[in-house]
Design a protein around this ligand. Structure first.
Ligand code: C2O
Length: 347
């Protein structure tokens, strides 16, 4: 039997992606030509900070909103345009590409070991585009610190009552601040004392990051290679399942599950600017798992060599590989060293 290959998207054709209600949606990026390989080699390291520490109206807030506003105002055909960026997520996760070598199978970056590295690269380029638009290469995106009590609600910068480019009207109206998030939410608003909810959340974090994440397979998710059938792809890692998925639906879906849109469903999730803070937080869990919990990356060549294509800050298409995103300092960022309250929260 031939050796397996990495699971790679076939970029020759992008096809309409399929929404959950089976309607087709065109979220293909502009056709790319002249794709270049890209390996980052940052010389300075910027710090991503927790979103709850950002004040509406602060200098940082003004830069952030300026960047997102500029991104929203780019021409709709510019691959850096905010909607185009959201479409990148849609194309990669709702069947916009087929799996190279298996043209009947749709490509998917959830539910497998592609989840963490793909989203790391995706947030990386989004951040680069922000830097470029405001001409400040020290700018970083904030992370939604939902694993600590102070961060367990929608951060106020995303909920600003003045018209803000960080605001999204398609969020669950029952989950706006000061409602405490339920990191394990499943379409059910059970009234719980907020203090108790915080305790449940910390114990959810402990369970997912420590008790259940012993191996790369547990943490990152299962292998996904060329030839694997996506219809049976069920290899999500512990953090992808909980809290990642639950934070999405808690933010973007009504209790009756009517009309899930924006954060509540894949094709539109990245239309809500909070998506990128959520995914910075998911990404931070990867660094914590390696640095604080003794975890280790996969060493499988199919994982290391799998590649993705993104448009960079100059609107040029680049091909990047998983093996080149393993060290965030080479990507030019790290996370602020905030307390990790669940580390000793045995359930
Ligand atoms: Cu690609 Cu949070 O999902």
């Amino acid at each position: 039997m031939a050796l397996a290959d990495p699971a790679l998207p076939d970029f020759k054709d992008c096809i309409d992606a399929t929404e959950p209600n089976m309607t087709l949606i065109n979220c293909c990026p502009p056709a790319a030509s002249g794709i270049k390989d890209y390996v980052p080699s940052a010389t300075t390291v910027n710090t991503r900070m927790p979103a709850q520490s950002v004040e509406v109206g602060s200098d940082y807030y003004n830069k952030y909103t300026d960047a997102i506003e500029k991104m929203k105002n780019l021409s709709p055909s510019d691959p850096r345009n905010f909607r185009q960026q959201a479409n990148v997520h849609c194309a990669y996760c709702d069947g916009g590409y087929t799996l190279k070598g298996s043209p009947k199978l749709l490509y998917e970056i959830h539910n497998s070991w592609l989840f963490f590295p793909w989203h790391r690269w995706y947030v990386y380029f989004f951040e680069k585009i922000c830097q470029n638009l405001i001409d400040d290469d020290t700018f970083t995106l904030p992370f939604w610190n939902w694993d600590a009590p102070q961060g367990m609600q929608i951060p106020s910068i995303y909920n600003s009552s003045v018209i803000s480019p960080l605001y999204d009207c398609f969020r669950n109206p029952d989950h706006l601040p000061p409602t405490v998030i339920n990191l394990d939410w499943s379409y059910d608003d059970v009234p719980v004392d907020p203090k108790l909810q915080i305790k449940y959340n910390l114990s959810t974090m402990y369970t997912q990051m420590i008790t259940q994440s012993k191996t790369p397979n547990d943490f990152f998710g299962k292998a996904y290679r060329a030839g694997d059938d996506i219809t049976t792809l069920d290899g999500a890692g512990q953090i992808e399942q909980t809290p990642h998925n639950h934070v999405h639906i808690w933010t973007g879906t009504a209790v009756d599950q009517s009309n899930p849109i924006d954060m509540g469903t894949f094709y539109s999730a990245a239309r809500d600017p909070i998506f990128f803070a959520h995914h910075a937080s998911v990404d931070r869990m990867w660094t914590i798992w390696l640095n604080n919990l003794g975890g280790s990356n996969y060493t499988d060549k199919d994982w290391l060599n799998a590649y993705f294509i993104f448009y960079n800050e100059e609107a040029k298409p680049v091909r990047v590989r998983i093996k080149d995103c393993l060290d965030t300092t080479k990507l030019g960022y790290k996370y602020e060293d905030v307390p990790i309250p669940w580390l000793d929260e045995s359930a």
